[in-house]
Write a protein that binds this ligand. Structure first.
Ligand SMILES: [Zn+2]
Ligand SMILES: [Zn+2]
Ligand SMILES: [Zn+2]
Length: 435
């Protein structure tokens, strides 16, 4: 008797088959599915849709334009946008453009659209140095001051003289929020993470630091309950992704860079495994086991620790999604790019929560309009903007301004650099000038 599998059953089956046979295209995966599950009734169309939604295959449009690889992107199921704002909603365009944010009502110029704390933060190195010197909050990155009003910062409770942790926090709130990531990166609680964090810092590899923070968050969420784990896991899976190999093949080559540093990727992976899964010494193993008592679900385990493609894709997705100061923000990561943005990202709460971002309207935005920020410095010339965006793996920009400037360039080769662009500094910071 034939049955129609549920969406979830079909998705799991396809993810597994594609994973075991990464080189097979849609029709071959479909044939394999029918052989593996002979009693299932499934259409090829349904198979294709799931494979595309899961980012397992490229959509037909990007296959035709095979020189351009676009980041895959998926909507986060059950994401409650109203926890940040009721002024926007999430929309899914297509596999090539991915998702975006649409205004649900008219927004005035200068209006705050939402404020958001980071999912994780891998701060800029000068701030990270302050954290290591115990002079910036290890959670929100705000520089710490001893003041009678604010009270004294709180040191990491796990720190002892034989196992020192430099983390200090603004207050009890920052300390309690840090429980989502800090324990696994704390030299006192998980000494196996020390080589990873040291190497990351020596290489100033922000994407790896961000991934270490994400892995900590997921692993610690898995110790709470299924709902917490799945909610955090969906945020991570929802990030636009492009594997390191894909990024290299498309963008690094086109920007003239040399070989990808595969040995560094490998080393990064080894250090993550050592930090979060298989510490080298028995005392380190014991300490890690104290933090991770429950095993990870098999799918999460594979996605976090399997080197190729999972780990490499996760690493690639960090670079694509980090905000300029190194934070990864759930709702902010939905914002698409335009060289003529209508919104900008600011760090307005500098003295209370430096890592909190505020999204501000740069001009009036009509209901139904997409919210757009600039990933690159908008003062740059057309060609430079294009090559920077492509260098990050975003494909070529087809925004209104680029189309206009492309047309002008064809008519008369010298395009003057537009003047009067305000917010240069913040736009630069909001961009993706992070590796
Ligand atoms: Zn703080
Ligand atoms: Zn600590
Ligand atoms: Zn553009």
């Amino acid at each position: 008797m034939s049955v129609s599998p549920t969406e979830e059953e079909l998705k799991d089956a396809l993810v597994t088959l594609k994973h075991q046979n990464p080189s097979l295209g849609i029709s071959k995966i479909y044939a394999l599915l029918l052989r593996t599950y002979p009693n299932w009734t499934v259409s090829e169309k349904r198979t294709r849709k799931i494979l595309q939604n899961e980012g397992l295959v490229l959509s037909s449009t990007s296959i035709k334009r095979s020189t351009i690889v676009y980041p895959s992107s998926r909507v986060i199921p059950q994401l409650d946008v109203t926890q940040w704002t009721n002024k926007v909603e999430v929309t899914f365009y297509d596999q090539q453009k991915g998702k975006g944010l649409i205004a649900t009502s008219d927004i005035e110029e200068g209006e705050v659209i939402w404020k958001e704390d980071p999912f994780i933060i891998a701060p800029e190195w000068d701030l990270f140095d302050l954290q290591l010197k115990s002079t910036a909050c290890a959670y929100c990155t705000t520089p710490l001051v001893d003041s009678p009003i604010a009270g004294s910062p709180i040191p990491c409770p796990a720190s002892i003289s034989s196992a020192f942790c430099p983390a200090r926090f603004c207050n009890r709130l920052c300390l309690s929020r840090s429980a989502k990531t800090h324990p696994l990166l704390c030299p006192a609680q998980n000494p196996a993470s020390v080589p990873l964090m040291k190497w990351t810092k020596d290489r100033q590899w922000m994407a790896l630091h961000a991934l270490a923070q994400c892995m900590s968050r997921i692993l610690l969420a898995s110790q709470k309950d299924e709902a917490t784990l799945r909610a955090d896991w969906e945020v991570m899976r929802g990030l636009a992704a492009l594997g390191m190999e894909e990024r290299f093949n498309y963008s690094f080559k086109s920007t003239g860079n040399a070989e990808p540093d595969r040995s560094s990727w490998k080393k990064a992976h080894q250090l993550c495994v050592q930090a979060f899964k298989e510490p080298k010494t028995v005392p380190e193993k014991k300490k890690l086991a104290r933090l991770l008592k429950k095993p990870l679900p098999a799918d999460v385990e594979r996605e976090l620790f399997e080197y190729d493609p999972c780990f490499l894709r996760n690493l690639g997705s960090m670079s694509l999604n980090l905000e300029g100061h190194g934070g990864l923000y759930t709702l902010h990561s939905h914002l698409n790019h335009s060289c003529r943005p209508n919104a900008s990202v600011r760090h307005l709460d500098q003295r209370t929560a430096l890592s909190r971002i505020t999204i501000v309207a740069k001009r009036p935005i009509k209901k139904g309009e997409e919210l757009l920020i600039s990933y690159v410095n908008p003062e740059l010339r057309y060609e430079t903007r294009q090559s920077e965006l492509q260098g990050w793996g975003f494909g070529s920009c087809r925004c209104q301004r680029c189309l206009e400037e492309e047309k002008q360039a064809k008519e008369k080769p010298e395009v003057p650099v537009p003047s009067g662009m305000e917010d240069l500094e913040s736009e630069l910071k909001a961009g993706l000038g992070v590796m």
